[in-house]
Design a protein. Structure first.
Length: 445
């Protein structure tokens, strides 16, 4: 794709009202700001795009968007040349080199540029009107007619693009360029698969470097069983529009007389699938486990926001903590065990006879560890070293998975229960409870 950026640097003619030099300087400065913002976004998303910048009918530079010398070349040209624009002649010049994927972006103040158009560019045509002064109504009408003619094919596809943008309608140059980019470049999207359904989605925030090609839902588990699992990134999910050209027919299953009626991206709005998935996750208090581009696991959660909801993609780290088994060995379980996570059991020799660390994914693991601590507390003054070994293991595990609030709850239970124990157990129990409350406990044995 090549972008032809045309800057209208007209000089006033004998029939036009003389132009205020300060207005011209301000207009040209805005042109350069727009070019700078445009280059930054294009380089971050599609640095391989070529861009040719014209100051009037004079070409300043043509190169990849990532070229650092573009802005300097344009600044030099604006200082040396008048920049008079005859749009018809310029279109005659660039049309033979254009393809349907190219685009023209015209920066003008819609004052006195000459059109006399006899041929139109092959690609899309966008106009940015830097209306810091009064615009010429005839020129605005000509810009609208030019937009209608050049973009007739694209307009038939929902007419979702903004072809003529006015500088005065935006709070900043950044907002103006962002609006242009939304129409100029295809949106970045990811395909979400849920069973036989699929939809195009966008992830926010996101860059091309971390944009997955597809996300596949591989199962559902209760939200309570995913508490305190660490995440390596959080992104919001929104439906993606205008992605038909990329998704095409490759996502459609082969046609056959006995084939089921799949709902594919082309036939289904992404809002329909997300609008079903979100409320379902909230209603069932579940999360969707997902496989991200065959290389990473994560989960999709739904959060209620007023009368609406939002979907969040949580990416799991590559190296999961010890209390989580390998997600690649996850398998489905019977419906009556739909709560817990199920993993295939690997046969092998136990590494040692050291105490096994229980997983706190469910309350069962937590209860087992806490009851072990309390049994040793009751037996004091016998084997105090084992008691403090379990206390420290309990504390370290709670802090490692971010459940420090559990220590406060454990301290409360210990204080309530030690009143029935012997004096030694009461002394040690009070000491441990105080240490848990301060989140600091030194190994004393």
């Amino acid at each position: 794709m090549t972008i032809y950026l045309i800057m209208d640097g007209h000089q006033p003619n004998i029939f036009a009202k003389p132009e205020d030099p300060s207005d011209k300087e301000k207009r040209d400065s805005i042109y350069l700001q727009i070019l700078k913002e445009l280059l930054v976004i294009i380089v971050s998303r599609q640095p391989e795009i070529e861009i040719e910048v014209f100051w009037g009918n004079n070409s300043c530079i043509r190169s990849k968007a990532a070229n650092d010398g573009i802005l300097a070349s344009v600044e030099s040209a604006t200082a040396k040349n008048k920049g008079n624009l005859h749009l018809g002649r310029l279109f005659d010049k660039i049309r033979p080199n254009m393809s349907r994927d190219d685009a023209v972006v015209l920066l003008t103040d819609a004052s006195v540029f000459k059109a006399d158009i006899t041929s139109y560019p092959r690609g899309m045509m966008f106009s940015i009107v830097v209306d810091i002064g009064s615009t010429n109504s005839d020129q605005m009408a000509e810009l609208n007619e030019l937009s209608t003619t050049c973009n007739s094919e694209a307009r038939s596809d929902g007419d979702s693009k903004h072809w003529v943008l006015r500088y005065s309608e935006y709070n900043s140059v950044s907002a103006l360029v962002a609006e242009l980019i939304n129409s100029l470049l295809e949106p970045d999207f990811t395909t979400l698969y849920v069973g036989n359904l699929s939809a195009s989605i966008q992830l926010h925030p996101s860059t091309d470097k971390d944009l997955p090609g597809n996300i596949e839902v591989i199962g559902f588990v209760r939200s309570a069983n995913m508490v305190n699992i660490p995440v390596d990134g959080v992104q919001f999910i929104t439906p993606c529009h205008n992605s038909k050209s990329k998704s095409g027919v490759k996502n459609r299953p082969p046609d056959a007389d006995d084939a089921p009626d799949f709902i594919c991206t082309e036939d289904q709005d992404g809002e329909d699938l997300l609008g079903t998935l979100g409320p379902a996750l909230i209603e069932t208090e579940s999360v969707a486990l997902v496989l991200i581009s065959e290389g990473q696991y994560g989960c999709i959660t739904a959060e209620k926001v007023g009368d609406n909801f939002c979907l969040v993609l949580n990416k799991l780290p590559e190296n999961l903590p010890d209390f989580l088994p390998d997600f690649s060995k996850l398998e489905s379980g019977p419906d009556d065990q739909a709560g817990p996570l199920h993993f295939t059991t690997l046969q092998g020799v136990a590494p040692s006879y050291n105490p096994v660390v229980q997983s706190w994914v469910t309350e069962h693991g937590f209860n087992m560890d806490f009851q072990k601590v309390f049994r040793l507390l009751r037996k004091l003054p016998d084997r105090p070293h084992l008691f403090y070994q379990e206390v420290n293991r309990f504390r370290k595990y709670a802090l490692a998975i971010g459940m420090d609030h559990i220590l406060h709850e454990a301290a409360r239970i210990i204080r309530e229960e030690i009143v029935q124990l012997n004096a030694t157990a009461q002394t040690h129990g009070a000491y441990v409870a105080t240490a848990f409350e301060k989140l600091v406990l030194r190994v004393v044995w």
